[in-house]
Write a protein that binds this ligand. Structure first.
Ligand SMILES: Nc1nc2c(ncn2[C@@H]2O[C@H](COP(=O)(O)OP(=O)(O)OP(=O)(O)O)[C@@H](O)[C@H]2O)c(=O)[nH]1
Ligand SMILES: [Mg+2]
Length: 457
């Protein structure tokens, strides 16, 4: 409807990739499907002219007006709705932007998109393209862009809070402070290189550099130590249900998920694949995974299932080892999990429940299921740093921090090293921090980030 095919389209695409496009773009920024209101956004140099051609006037900046929207090509009325205009640079993208708040019926939305698509030099936005323009126009930095992405994805309360902090510039501000401290040290060192011919760092300088570098090094290390917690908030605490066949693993998954996510049957070896459900435990995201029962089997598919089950357990934050009261006494040695809880199932069939051995639960009567859920919630909160986690929320951040820490550790270990080494290590640390907030190498990282964005953001 909006993009032609053929060579023109190809050219446009490459321009977009290089971030040089001057096209005016539009997209539905509210969700897809029928709704009371839909928001269609517009950004680019033709915005003013387009708004005028659709509503025959330009609303005062940042003020909503009620207007009839008309297709400029046919002069047919499309809908009546609110129209807002945000002149550059005070807009989300930094360009002229407009919003049409129209009725959310499919035909209404299609009518407006059709009208916009019919205008020359205007095209549908790529996923994340509004945000990409905001980034290119320095309205946001890379860490904030990730924060927006996370906020849109956020499903639990703590994910939302963490994403908000990042979007509001928590990571960016802190990184800027560290960066300016390192720049100060770097300036001292570079000045020394320029003005002295000796290779060694004078005592006084190395003390001043250490004085600047050490607190930054300590702070970055502390953040790395807390990284696991914040990554767990974002990605979810991983809890794997393991045990011998028929122990009641899938039954427990279904009970905790409150739906029939996994097949349950009295046959041993029912579950082959790993089955994941997402839980929200008091605002903490948890990925609960049901796995194949562990046993030797001649069946090829079951063997693959067992291998997968072990792999999931090895990478889990917590494994629940389920067995019947007369089942295998100890968890399988191959689990290699960080933490294993022993749980006895089918408590309704057991007379002697020795609480010392582990928690006895019954999916049949509900016995101790609430208690188990409470304990899982507590543990998920602990593993997520009780929500007060640090600034590192994803692998990309962790790598950047680690690279900076490596470089600063070399300085801390040998502040008397030849001055060129000192200069080089400071540059490496600065580069890592600059990469983090997207001051350098931004194009490399963008593709990965925006591939997960939705259209209209
Ligand atoms: N009485 C009783 N039966 C249960 C309970 N939990 C599960 N069962 C039964 O035990 C059988 C096996 O349950 P599943 O949940 O399929 O067991 P599983 O551990 O997932 O088994 P595999 O996928 O084959 O490894 C089914 O017949 C369930 O109805 C319980 O608490 N009490
Ligand atoms: Mg099962």
């Amino acid at each position: 409807m909006t993009q032609g095919s053929g060579p023109t389209n190809v050219r446009k695409k490459s321009e977009i990739c290089a971030g040089m496009s001057t096209d005016t773009i539009y997209a539905v920024s509210s969700g897809t499907g029928r709704a009371a209101i839909a928001v269609v956004r517009l950004s680019g140099t033709a915005t003013r002219a387009i708004v005028k051609s659709i509503v025959r006037r330009l609303p005062p900046p940042r003020t909503a007006i009620l207007a009839t929207l008309r297709d400029p090509a046919t002069q047919a009325d499309i809908d009546s709705g609110l129209v807002l205009f945000f002149p550059a640079p005070r807009s989300f993208t930094g360009e002229d932007c407009a919003e049409f708040h129209i009725h959310g019926g499919r035909a209404v939305v299609a009518g407006l998109l059709g009208a916009l698509g019919g205008i020359d030099g205007v095209r549908a936005a790529e996923p994340g393209e509004f945000t990409r323009r905001a980034l290119l126009n320095s309205k946001l930095d890379l860490a904030q862009v990730e924060g927006i992405g996370d906020l849109i994805e956020a499903e639990t309360e703590w994910q939302r809070r963490q994403a908000m902090r990042q979007m509001q510039g928590g990571l960016s501000r802190q990184t800027a402070q560290w960066r300016s401290a390192l720049l100060e040290a770097s300036a001292l060192v570079e000045a020394e290189i320029d003005f002295s011919d000796e290779g060694d760092v004078p005592e006084a300088l190395s003390r001043r550099v250490s004085g600047v570098v050490r607190p930054v090094h300590d702070a970055l290390r502390a953040e790395l130590a807390a990284a696991k917690s914040s990554e767990r908030i974002r990605e979810g605490v991983v809890i794997v249900i393991s045990g011998p066949p028929n122990a009641g693993k899938s039954t427990l998954l279904n009970a905790l998920a409150r739906r029939d996510a996994a097949i349950v049957s009295h046959e041993a070896g029912t579950t082959r694949d790993a089955i994941e459900v997402q839980l929200d435990l008091a605002g903490y995201a948890v990925t609960l995974i049901d796995t194949a029962g562990l046993r030797e089997s001649a069946d090829m598919v079951e063997q693959i299932g067992v291998a997968r089950a072990l792999e999931k357990a090895q990478n889990a934050d917590l494994v629940l080892w389920l067995s019947e009261a007369d089942g295998p006494a100890a968890p399988d040695e191959r689990l290699g999990a960080a933490e294993v809880w022993r749980i006895f199932t089918k408590a309704d069939l057991v007379v002697n429940k020795d609480a010392e051995r582990g928690l006895f639960i019954s999916a049949e009567t509900g016995e101790n299921l609430d208690l188990l859920l409470d304990r899982l919630t507590q543990r998920a909160a602990q593993l997520s740093g009780e929500g007060h986690a640090g600034l590192i929320t994803r692998e990309r951040h962790r790598k950047a921090f680690a690279a900076a820490v490596d470089a600063l550790a070399r300085i801390d270990a040998d502040p008397q090293a030849p001055i060129e080494f000192l200069a080089e290590d400071l540059r490496a640390a600065l580069f890592a921090l600059e990469r983090l907030i997207g001051r350098v190498d931004v194009e490399d990282i963008l593709g990965d980030i925006f591939s997960r964005f939705c259209i209209g953001k």
